[in-house]
Design a protein around this ligand. Sequence first.
Ligand SMILES: [Ca+2]
Ligand SMILES: [Ca+2]
Length: 1001
Amino acid sequence: MKTTLHNIGYILLVLICLLLACNGPERTSEEGTLSIPEATDGVNVNRPNILFIICDDLRPDALGCYGSRHVRTPHIDALARGGVRFANAFCTTSLCSPSRASILTGLYAHRHGVRDNFTELPAALPHWPGRLREQGYTTAYIGKWHMGEDNDEPRPGFDWFVTHKGQGKYFDTEWNVNGRRREAPKGYYTHVVTDYALHWLKTRKQDRPWALCLGHKAPHSFYFPEEKYAHAFDDVRVPYPDTAFALDGKPDWIRQRLRTWHGIYGPLFEWRKDFPDDRPEAVKDFENMVHAYWGTVLSVDDSIGRLVAHLRDSGQLENTIIVFMGDNGLLEGEHGMVDKRTMHEPSIRIPLIVRGPGHPADKVVAKQVLTVDIAPTLCSISAARRRSSMCRAGPGRNWSAGATPLGAPRGSTSTTTRSSSPTRRTSAASARMIGSTSTIRPAMAHPTSTCPSSTILLKILKNVTTWRPIRSSRSHVGCWRRNSTPCSPRPAWMVQTIRCRSTKASRPNCPMRRFGSASTKERPHYRRDEAMRTITHEFLGTIAVLLAVQATSAVEPVAAAQGPRPNIVYFLVDDLGYADVGFMGSTDVRTPTLDRLAKEGAVLRSFYVQPVCSPTRASLLTGRYVIHTGVYNVVRPGAPWGLPLAERTLPQALREAGYTTAICGKWHLGEFQPEYMPTRRGFDHQYGHMFGALDYFTQIRDGKHDWYRDDKPLKEEGYTTHLIAREACRLIREQPADKPLFLYVPFNGVHSPYQVPPEYRKTFPHLGGNRQTMAAMLLVVDEAIGRIIAALEEKGLRENTLIIFSSDNGGPAPEKVSRNTPLRAGKGTIYEGGVRACAFATWPGRIPAGTNVDEPMHAVDWYPTLLKLAGASLEQKLPLDGLDIWPTLTRGATSPHDAILLAGMAPSSMAIRMGDWKLLLNAGRTSLVTDPVLAKVELYNLADDIGESKNLADVQPGRAQEMRTRLEAFLKDAVPPGIKDSTTKAPARKTGGQRKGAKKQ
Ligand SMILES: [Ca+2]
Ligand SMILES: [Ca+2]
């Protein structure tokens, strides 16, 4: 992946990356982050194009990359993976028009004057697209403008202007094209606006850099998804959020809202016909409303896909900065409210993704940024590309005097103006552009305010410098928000919301009331916003990095092995369905611990395993496909075979590297001779069982007691999942401080037989049969993992522990016991439902929290990845199939595989995945088809058809043949199955049991 780097660019980039990685305001030095644009000034690089996409009322958690469990947004996720995702972006006014005005001008609402949805943006106010146009850019605005309700005429500052009146409609909106003609093309808004944008991109004059603003209507109310997405979420249950009922101690006005059109018992944007309705079953209307909201987001994702594809196809992608964001947040039942307008967290939190030129960056910035930061940032990008910096010349002249809207009057900038270096000058200029200082002063200057929260604010401001004001459209409502603690793996956000609503008479004394009325006498407080500058500087710096890499290419990441070697804990759950955990969307099971851990790391959405138990374990522990280990099928009780002794195992390699290695749970790779047992295969400690499907209480499998410690039979009382957790905790407690730990915890839960202590089953009265029991068994597993995590925390190991979780195969008996939605089929098959497992990986500070990884990877990949992290040797006799997935996990690199083998339970049943495509031979056939001519061939495009429903083998015979050739290349050196049936040959250590049926594995 390495390509030639320009030395200077490379050195600068490394310096910048190191500085950013420090992640603290103190260390995010202005010199470092801001020097890049200046330093590249002299480089003859074209100025980047800017594609700015704004959505309306988009909650971050309605996007996959921000952790949505239900809404799949692959194109937006890809944008985030290829760029920077801001985890803590906020609007300064939670209402459409004021927020848009702030985004365009860099001003708070009290300064630009657009305080409601009916006010025109003053024509005299400069905005960033207009500034870019002055600097030689071609500019266009296409889509929802929404400042000035009845005006759809062109606004100043744009070469091309296509909009409509007010909110527009989801279907058949009437558009005004450049003030020259009105037209109402049939169709769905999101696609029509994309058509307009693409048309402009394709027909504009090619002589200048361009800036295109695309304003989506979606996902604004009233929510109407297009036909194909109308039922995309029918299966997802959406309860009222907990905070909807936590209203004690909150102001009366919040309670009073419940039954209004802003409350959860109200009409819900016409999704409830008879209202108010506070009956529990009326939650169905709320659910339908949320489904529709999500449905509109799916079309936006399609739009992003089209735009990015055009940029890529036309060769412009690598010279275009793409900014994707929302204008304000949305309350979806929180505090009993729907709509926005308040300063509660969901109402002000917005998504913000920036993909700059160059290679995938996969950076998640935790620092707080605001809508008012957009304008100065984008202005400085264009300015930094030219010697005649508009940051210093042009309007900058007026900013220092506080008269120009792009910058509020600044306070003391002496710390950044002392130096005469170009860097310092840029710092000062940037600081001048950020309108925030004056908004702090009033609150501090009026400690005697009658607003009840003003004293709280005063205390806050005395102690910290990183609070930033965020205000609503109403001048008397606002909040202050503090940035996270630097370098904290779990940012401890603090939010203080105030609302001065009492009487008109008291409002003049509210600190928020006087945001804009500061007098110059309050200047001593100016320096309070020092930290704010560093926050915005990080925003600038991050984009600067993106620009700096434009002329370079992929840079190898700093190897994780250079840091401390992690402890490694692998939780393998048996037979757990792809969709049977909360973090994958299940609403009828309970997995709070897993959900929390998943959120703290990366969810692996395309993690492949084998269709049954033993083969997955063999691949995981050797880094080799089953066609090389020979473990195609399950090692049954009494079977005279196991994982071949020639294989080097993961615990063996880690032990060589100094790790303590332990297995607590199910081995399942042979025990017929002592040398096949875990303590002879690399584990220092063994605890648990050798086969699957043992009795959870008696530990009997096929008439034989199957429970061991250090490979010696053991009698223990208890439920196996509890016993496994107890032993794992003991090993963690006893782990020597000077050695890293590899703890492999393959639970027998939630494999059959379906058994659980009865009290757990009571948690799931809404379920029945084996699904109820399975859910209860899973809850025990979740609890067990919680106990093991707690033991790590008590020992002080949590921070430096890589936690990996996955199922070993797809869920059995789909829709009866397990759920693999939206995947086809389940355990035992090579359809996605059999071989794609729910999975995540978490390591605080090393794997970005809240990420989704869609790139395909396989269980074989953990072997080389973990060995590298552990500093263990990868030299061995047997070649590996696994590849290092660390760059994919941590920085959004694409999958290291051009093809992944998905092997069935016999050499004749195989599949291969290449990119979005998957080819299957003899899937779902139980009898072996040895004649290749008779093989059943299936071809699917998983990007369009994740459910594998449309076989395209006949439609695309060329692709099918190409993939089959690749598959056959894999199979050239396939070994025959190692399986030896226990009934055909008496084992040396006969264990007394016979196979009772194929289902027991
Ligand atoms: Ca909005
Ligand atoms: Ca299994």
